[in-house]
Every structure is written in C-alpha cells, then in structure tokens.
Design a protein around this ligand. Structure first.
Ligand SMILES: *Cc1c(COP(=O)(O)O)cnc(C)c1O
Length: 482
C-alpha cells in the first residue's frame, strides 16, 4: 500500500471509529445474529488476486459489523463491562505500526522501559508497596498461571529441570482458592501439569467471601495426609458477585504456613485507584503476587493484564532460558521481557497504558470508577425498594446481583425456586433480545441470578434507568402472558 493510499484509508478508518465511538447506541448491544450467519455470507475460499481496500471496508461494514457484540455500548451490563477509551485506541494504533516483538530489551527498549514506568505508576495509584515489580501479560488467566508457576518454583523441587511426571519423590501439591474463585485458577493447574486434583475449593461465607478458618483447617488436614500445600489464591472482586476475600486473615495463614499468596484482583484492583476505595486491597501488600486487569475497569483496550510480585526473581528463575542467538552484551544490565514467561515475542502493550494514565490522570480515573459504583448502588436501591425484585448479594463495587421475585399464593419452596429460575432466565432472554441492553447471569446458592455490571466509560444514569425500566416492562409482559 502506498503512503498516499495508507493516508487515505487511515483517515477513513479513523473517521469511522470516531463516528462509531460517538454513537455506539446506533447498534444493538448484543449482536442479533444466528450462529453461522456471518460465515455463510462470506466466500469459502480466499481471493486469488488482491482486492481493493475500499471493497474490503464496504464488506467490513456490511457483513462484519452486524456480527459484532458492542462492548463499547453504554448499555453493555454483562460479565464485566469494559471500554476501549480513545487514548488507548490511539496507543494500539501506534503499537501496531511499530510491530515490535519486545522479547529482549534491545528489540524494543521503549516497550520494556515504558512497561516498567507505566506499571510503577499504576502500582502507586493502587497504593501497593514499592517492592512490587510488574510484568504485563495478555490476560489475568495467563498472569495467574505464571504466578502459580512461580509459587511452585519457590518450593525448590526442581520441577523446571525434572518435571513432575515419573517422580516418586513428589507428594501431591495443593493450591487453595475459594469456591467463588475464577475458573482460570483451575486452568492454571491443568496447564502446569499439576492437575485439577491439586485444587482445594475453600468454602465461602454467606457473603461469598473465603472462610479463612476453613482454609486453615483444610491446609492442616492436607499436611496430615502427606500432601504439600504451596499456594493460596485470594480473590478481590469475585467474578460472580465482586465479593472480597478477607486478605489480611488469609495472609496470616499463608505467613504461618509458608505458602505463596497470589491475589486475583482482575476486576477490583482498579477500584483501589479511588482513594476512598483503596481499602479493597487491604492486606494485599503482604501478597507474593497480585494480578489486575486494566483491560477490565481501567479503560484500556483488550488486552493488558498486570502481574505484580515482590518475587519477580522467582518467576524469572522459572522461565528464563536464553538460546545463543538471543544473547546480548547488555543482558545482565537490562530486563528482557521473555525471561518472565512462556512467550518469546511480546506486544508493545505498555504504550496504551502509559497514554491512558497520562490522559485521564489519577483524578479522572478515580472519578469514572467512583461514578460507576454510585450507579450500581442507585440500581441496587431501586431493586431493594421494589417488592417484585430482590438483591442476591451485597454490592461492594459496581456489580448488582438480583432477580425478579413476584409472589404466588400457596406455593411450595421447591416450586417457587423452579418458577423464579425459569422466570429470570426468560426475563434475561427477553431484555437481551431487544438489543437495547445486555445482561448476563450467574448462579448463587443454586438460584438463577441476573447481573448488572457497570463499567463502561459511556454509561451514565440514563442508561441504568432505562435498564431498570426495560426489566420492569418485560417482567410485566411475562406476568401478563402467564
Ligand atoms: C475476568 C476475570 C479473570 C479472567 O480475566 P482474563 O483477563 O480474561 O483472563 C480472572 N479472575 C477474575 C476475578 C476475573 O474477574
């Protein structure tokens, strides 16, 4: 593509993005397509000859856009709502242009050093101790896998050299996480060859927080059975309800038992940027590692996950491996990103984070997150005030777990539970089919639970109000249909 052509289509694409970000509400938030619809509209084999960019962009608009679910839509309330903020998108564009493979310092000094600077800034914003060094990965799932690998390396069992298979000298290693922990914890154990048998699910209390007394008891029981406890994963902001595990009490247990403490703060770490919410990370200064996802609630385009650890040397020991062709004269004086994980090449992700932290500043970020929490509390207040609805979990941050519960005379408990599950599932399907809002669900104490997650940069009170109206309209439609 000639520079002139690139300039022309570059401007066209930026104009398109600007229009899109100005009016994401022109699109249904949840793609209203059937499985296979996009595939059936496109040729089954690639073109023999190159095609004009103008045609490609036309087809992008005609076929691709309708099959997009719009995470940038202000009424995206499903899972965790996220945003690709403008400075982040600009950072991504520039990073794509450099196409750096930041495996060694010299292959992208800018990427390596901006990563250190941006992660240290973010560490300060969250109030974590200066001993915490950071590494950027793509996702929290991958960051947690590396943290668990470091926890295993810290045991000095020569797993790096000898592996785990065929070894009679190894007891069963055990990792503890609450029953509310994210599935990525279990996947880490699968990926690292520890197996699901290594996971101990610690019971949670009525507010979905890990029971630290049960944790202590389970560790003692495992030790008596000859197993080897090595790691605890605490969650600050669980995926279902955003509950916050009692990290200070868990850190006490880890300290006494000599276990690696990893904190999964993928979503809620960002809340600590708000001074009055900093307490969500209470006790985390004692953790060995902690992951937070700026791509979740810090307005950073996917992907960017930050792993912090006071023991990055252990992580490095687990993964550093330098073949001759990657040796450099400066290697002992610099950080080489590929030493900290399984990936060799690494994207220049730090650029967008650095731009975002500068563009919004501490105050700007805190104001957005504070407002999201206010909107969630507002919605929760409406739920509490209505006899037809109920909250199913506390609302510590920006997610509301709730359900409709219209009453029916003389019903057994079992019949009521089944009726409400079916009703709420129908309600979710009905509101999502409008394309106006997008909600997802979870199960709490066995009950089908609706989740409203506020986190998009464009979400304001009108969107939350409309979601509440729409839910009530659909509830009354369903009730009238019987
Ligand atoms: C979202 C989430 C994850 C997984 O995040 P990815 O970056 O998509 O891997 C892990 N843990 C918690 C608590 C989460 O909310």
């Amino acid at each position: 593509m000639s520079p002139e052509e690139f300039r022309r289509f570059g401007h066209e694409v930026v104009d398109w993005i600007a229009g899109y970000l100005a009016r994401p509400e022109d699109y249904p938030v949840l793609a209203q397509v059937e499985p296979g619809q996009l595939r059936s509209q496109l040729p089954t084999s690639p073109p023999e000859r190159g095609q004009p960019m103008s045609e490609i962009l036309e087809d992008f608009e005609r076929f691709v856009v309708p099959a997009v679910t719009h995470w940038n839509h202000p009424s995206f309330f499903a899972y965790f709502a996220t945003s690709a903020s403008a400075p982040g998108i600009l950072g991504e564009m520039l990073s794509a242009a450099f196409d750096a493979k930041a495996m060694l310092w010299r292959t992208s000094p800018a990427s390596t050093e901006l990563e250190e600077v941006a992660l240290d800034w973010l560490r300060q914003l969250m109030g974590l101790p200066a001993e915490f060094g950071g590494v950027i990965y793509d996702t929290a799932s991958v960051a947690t896998m590396h943290a668990v690998a470091a926890a295993r390396e810290a045991l000095n069992l020569h797993v790096r050299e000898d592996g785990m298979s065929g070894r009679a000298d190894l007891p069963l290693l055990r990792l503890y996480a609450s029953e509310q922990a994210h599935s990525s914890v279990e996947k880490s154990l699968i990926a690292l060859g520890l197996g699901q048998r290594s996971l101990v699910k610690v019971p949670a209390d009525a507010s979905f927080r890990m029971d630290a007394a049960a944790l202590k008891h389970l560790i003692e029981e495992d030790r008596r059975a000859g197993m080897l406890p090595f790691c605890v994963v605490a969650t600050v902001g669980t995926t279902s309800t955003t509950s916050i595990d009692p990290v200070p009490a868990i850190a006490d247990v880890c300290e006494r038992e000599g276990l690696w403490l990893h904190v999964d703060a993928a979503y809620a770490g960002s809340a600590a940027v708000v001074p009055e919410l900093r307490r969500v990370l209470e006790g985390c200064e004692r953790a060995d590692s902690l992951v937070t996802n700026p791509h979740k609630w810090l307005f950073t385009p996917f992907d960017l996950s930050a792993l912090y650890s006071r023991r990055l040397d252990v992580l490095r020991r687990a993964f550093a491996l330098t073949p001759e062709y990657l040796r450099t004269p400066e290697q002992d004086a610099v950080r080489n990103g590929s030493d900290y994980g399984v990936q060799l090449g690494r994207r220049f992700r730090s650029l967008k984070l650095w731009m975002i932290l500068r563009y919004f500043g501490h105050e700007g970020l805190a104001a957005l997150i504070r407002e999201h929490c206010r909107l969630a509390r507002l919605f929760a207040g409406w739920v509490e005030a209505s006899p037809d609805w109920e909250l199913l979990a506390p609302v510590p941050l920006s997610v509301v777990c709730f359900r409709a519960r219209p009453s029916v005379e003389g019903e057994t408990d079992g019949a009521r539970a089944a009726r409400l599950d079916a009703l709420n599932e129908r309600l979710m399907t009905a509101v999502n089919a409008t394309g106006e809002i997008f909600l997802s669900h979870t199960k709490l104490h066995g009950a089908f639970t609706l989740r409203l997650a506020v986190g998009n940069i464009r979400t304001n009170e009108s969107h939350v109000r409309r979601a509440w109206e729409l839910l009530n309209e659909k509830l009354s439609d369903i009730s009238n249909e019987g």
